[in-house]
Ligand binder design. Structure first.
Ligand code: HSE
Length: 407
């Protein structure tokens, strides 16, 4: 619902790093006809930088306020967020959200709700902070020509890797610094474990390929088990380790998603993406590669992306999920092989991995690794188990596509 001045009267849920960032960014924007009327928070005792009159702990103060025509949802809990967003849409209020976990889990219902209610849900801030990747995938990139979306989608883990690699800082102190700077999630294991990247990747797959993928069907592995030996291996061979999310067409009709640390070579665009920056490479049949780079985390960069969605709503913009309507949607598959480095400590841990081929092997008392090809379907099968093992996985650029996936 847009009033006759096109003015956005905003009810904001959450006043954390991004909520506060949005408030400042909005104050400096002279073209956005929007104002924050109420802010719903969880903890009324917490000291805030704004007058008390702004705040409420009652969601109804926003949801039932007829003057509020736009709800901006920036809270942590994904199920509470889903409840708020659904209610707002049902009441005919459009919504801007940054909650990638909520979106990845509930996009099918949320797409349906938008259809039924006519209200719009925008969420460019949910993936890659300040980089406008979702709207670009939705509007610009043709499904048939789009071959892959690859990148660093999480600022905190990239920040931690930069600190470890470039400044030789320890893992725990780097994670703490990412938290202090407001990059990390309330639970930083979501960043380090690759989950945050996974949720973002699932969202990108909807706008890139039109496909709705259940996050449980995607292999994800993070950097929490990274050890000095892995860093030494990467350094000695000239690689930088980056946590990479990728969506790749394996043939015209299928595509694969995965999140895993990658041994990145100097000639790759993401090699020089450091700290809280994100970088996304979009590859197409005729234009080859394009690269989008920018700050992926932090109050102001993410706040500015929320602001962009608010402005887009002012002009009546909504996602049309074009790829779902006008193109044949490729099928998600894990029937592909990847070339990986697997570091392990004991043979029992190693025995769970069914390698198709082994190229290189080193066995030592403290440090053993294997480099070889393995099917993602094997990795996904043992996804939960891997999280309990003392192993570290990283993949290499060389695509080792399974022959059965080639037509
Ligand atoms: N924790 C997220 C990150 C915030 O580090 O990328 C932005 O989504």
């Amino acid at each position: 619902m847009i009033n006759k001045n096109n003015k956005q009267i905003i009810g904001l849920f959450g006043f954390g790093v991004v909520g506060e960032g949005l408030f400042h960014v909005l104050k400096h924007s002279h073209t956005t006809n929007a104002t924050i009327k109420k802010i719903c928070i969880l903890d009324p005792k917490k000291e805030r930088s704004l007058s008390k009159d702004y705040f409420t702990i009652e969601a109804a103060d926003i949801l039932d306020d007829k003057e509020i025509n736009l709800v901006v949802e920036l809270i942590n809990d994904s199920e509470d967020a889903f409840h708020i967003v659904s209610q707002a849409l049902r009441k005919g209020k459009s919504v801007v959200s940054g909650n990638k976990k909520m979106l990845a889990a509930h996009l099918p219902e949320l797409i349906q709700l938008q259809k039924e209610t006519g209200a719009a849900l925008l969420y460019d801030a949910s993936a890659c902070g300040s980089i406008p990747v979702i709207r670009n995938l939705e509007e610009y990139y043709d499904n048939d020509l789009l071959l892959s979306i690859t990148g660093i989608l999480n600022g905190s883990s990239n920040f931690v890797l930069s600190k470890i690699f470039n400044e030789k800082k320890s893992y725990p102190e780097s994670v703490k610094e990412a938290q202090r700077l407001g990059f990390a999630e309330a639970d930083p294991s979501l960043d380090m474990g690759g989950w945050d990247s996974l949720y973002k990747l699932v969202i990108l797959a909807v706008h890139g390929f039109g496909a709705l993928v259940n996050p449980d069907d995607v292999f994800v592995s993070g950097i929490a088990n990274l050890q000095a030996n892995d860093i030494r291996f990467a350094r000695e061979k000239g690689y930088r380790l980056k946590l990479v999310a990728q969506a790749t067409k394996v043939n015209g009709k299928r595509f694969n998603l995965m999140v895993m640390p990658k041994m990145v070579t100097e000639d790759e665009y993401i090699y020089n993406v450091e700290n809280e920056y994100n970088g996304v490479i979009i590859e197409g049949s005729f234009y080859e590669k394009q690269f989008m780079f920018g700050k992926g985390a932090g109050g102001h960069p993410t706040g500015s992306s929320v602001l962009s969605d608010i402005t887009a709503r002012m002009h009546g913009y909504r996602y049309e999920y074009k790829k779902r309507k006008y193109f044949s949607i490729p099928e998600h598959t894990n029937d592909v092989k990847v070339k990986v480095y697997l570091r392990f400590k004991n043979l029992l841990d190693f025995s769970h991995f069914e390698f198709e081929e082994i190229e290189e092997k080193l066995s030592g008392r403290e440090y053993s690794y294997v480099i070889g090809s393995i099917k993602l379907s094997n990795l996904i099968h043992i996804r939960k188990l891997i999280q309990t093992l003392d192993v570290f996985l990283a993949f290499f650029e060389e695509p080792a596509v399974n022959e059965s996936a080639i037509t």
